[in-house]
Design a protein around this ligand. Structure first.
Ligand SMILES: Cc1cc2nc3c(=O)[nH]c(=O)nc-3n(C[C@H](O)[C@H](O)[C@H](O)COP(=O)(O)O)c2cc1C
Length: 207
């Protein structure tokens, strides 16, 4: 069965542009995959813990070294990675916060980027272990100018980071959908949202 894993990461539960656009992407995915399964996490609403000494020790411990304490410390990572391994499509809804990913999403990333589970180091090089075929990443920016060739491109530590990370974990097809100027006047916001919605529709159009 096709499975979509959706991760929302805005701190806003209501009024989030990235989440609203992700709703459209989710609907479009479901139309293309009727009967498919959708797993959702809102890491802005639930707290994914920051890595601790025990978590990192557990990440690198051999199975016969795993104490109850280390098993407990790695249990959230195990669950989040299990969700990734059960999905074939990943949908990320991400606001830019202070030029990069929200801390809540970084906590999720730190829990799922794990040697031997989502990436390996073999014969002197890294290899991604995810079997997810496609990631759709919706990025919301309050201001504008962040896209390639635009005046503020050098301040965009969101899209290049997510592209690199997802590729590092083994996802080859990565579609980024941007909505900029979400804090501008109503007409500007409406125009940018319409553009992003069209991009989402195009991303799910039959090829
Ligand atoms: C803590 C915080 C930091 C932000 N930092 C930036 C930033 O660096 N650049 C920017 O263009 N917008 C920034 N914004 C604006 C958000 O990216 C923008 O409002 C976006 O639409 C938020 O996503 P959401 O609508 O899904 O909640 C920031 C907003 C917050 C709350």
């Amino acid at each position: 069965m096709s499975t979509l894993l959706r991760i929302d990461s805005s701190a806003r539960i209501n009024g989030s542009h990235s989440s609203r656009l992700a709703d459209l992407a989710e609907e479009s995915w479901f139309e293309a995959n009727p009967g498919g399964r959708i797993l959702r996490r809102h890491v802005g609403a639930e707290t994914i813990p920051v890595l601790s000494q025990e978590t990192i020790t557990g990440f690198y411990a051999a199975s016969d070294e795993m104490t109850d304490e280390l098993k407990q410390a790695t249990s959230i990572s195990d669950a989040l990675i299990g969700e990734l391994h059960s999905a074939d499509t990943l949908l990320l809804a991400v606001p830019i916060y202070n030029f990069g990913v929200p801390a809540a999403l970084k906590c999720w990333i730190d829990q799922v980027t794990r040697m031997g589970q989502t990436f390996a180091y073999e014969d002197g090089s890294f290899k991604g272990l995810l079997t997810i075929q496609r990631a759709i990443v919706i990025c919301a920016y309050g201001s504008e100018g962040y896209l390639p060739g635009q005046s503020f491109e050098q301040a965009n530590f969101l899209e290049p980071y997510l592209r690199f990370l997802l590729s590092f974990l083994g996802i080859n097809e990565i579609d980024i959908i941007n909505v900029q100027a979400t804090t501008a006047d109503d007409a500007t916001v409406a125009a940018h949202l319409a553009g992003a919605r069209a991009d989402i529709t195009a991303a799910f159009a039959p090829k």
